[in-house]
Structures are given as C-alpha cells and as structure tokens.
Design a protein around this ligand. Structure first.
Ligand code: SF4
Length: 162
C-alpha cells in the first residue's frame, strides 16, 4: 500500500522548480521579442548578413542568459548539439552553406536591433531600453552573469542542456 501524507497531497505531482523557472524565462524572452516586433521602427533588412560577420564589423552581439537559452534551443531544433566551428570570424550560427542564420526565429535582441547602414542602421538604445531591462531581469532569475558574447553564451547554454 502506498502511503500519501498531507504534504504530498498538496504538492502537484512531478513539480520541477528548475524546469518551471526555465519555462518562465523562455516565455518572457519570447514576449520581449514579440513586443519588439510590434514596434513601428522602420528598417529594411535584405538579409545581406553583413552584421553576422563579426570580424568585419568588429561587433559581436552580447546575450543575457535567457536569450542564450532561447538561442540554444534554436540550435537544438536545427538538429545540432554544439555550436559549429567557424574560423573566418563570422557568427557560428551563420550557416556555412546556406549563408542564413540557423536560429533566425530565436536570434537574440542584438541581432534584431543592430541593422547595417544599408538597412537603416542600429536602433538607439533608448528605443529598446525597457526591453533590455526585462531581459536583465530574466538574467537575474536564471542566476546569469549579465550579457556575454554570443559564442560563449550559447555554447554554455547548450552544455547546460545536456
Ligand atoms: S545569431 Fe543569426 S542573426 Fe545573429 S549574428 Fe548569428 S547568424 Fe547573424
């Protein structure tokens, strides 16, 4: 006979606080991306992917931990367990053969707000500061260390998923 005490009865079955925190973090990051998409800032990205060539631009996106988690899930959804190696200084998530972002729907805020001059230029920080603050709160919720460069942030998020 299985004994069930009062405490066990009150607790929902199979509760996993870690998974719940991650789910809440992912939902909030996606809500931030959705909010950004609703803003009427005119840009015309033609997928030149110049902004993905870190060595050429001299700028690498920084990700909070929630963004890295969402990006890592995108990498997994693309059928990969680790970041591809790149030796040319481009983003490791820029597909070597297609020349397209492997995680376009899960790309971080920096990739959604930093446009090349031909596309209209980067957003001003003030235009998205409220969204940055929300991502920082998610970072704190996940015990993150603040924004980190894309390759290391996504690689670590992938390693944590193993
Ligand atoms: S994550 Fe995607 S959009 Fe962002 S720099 Fe890498 S390839 Fe480009």
């Amino acid at each position: 006979m299985v004994m069930v005490n009062a405490e066990m009865k009150r607790r929902p079955p199979n509760r996993n606080p870690f998974a719940e925190t991650q789910a809440a973090a992912i939902a909030e990051v996606k809500a931030v991306y959705a909010e950004l998409a609703r803003r009427p800032v005119e840009r015309n990205c033609t997928l030149l992917t110049q902004c993905c060539q870190f060595k050429i631009t001299g700028a690498t996106p920084y990700l909070t931990k929630g963004e890295a988690l969402v990006a890592a899930r995108g990498v997994r959804a693309a059928g990969r367990k680790a970041l591809p190696e790149r030796t040319d200084g481009a983003c490791p998530l820029l597909h070597a053969y297609t020349g397209r972002c492997m995680i376009y729907n899960e790309r971080p805020l920096g990739c959604r707000t930093h446009f090349c001059d031909a596309a209209g230029g980067a957003y001003a920080r003030g235009e998205v500061i409220d969204l940055i603050r929300r991502l920082e709160k998610v970072d704190a919720l996940l015990n993150g260390d603040g924004p980190r460069m894309l390759p290391g942030a996504v690689a670590d998020a992938l390693a944590e998923m193993r």
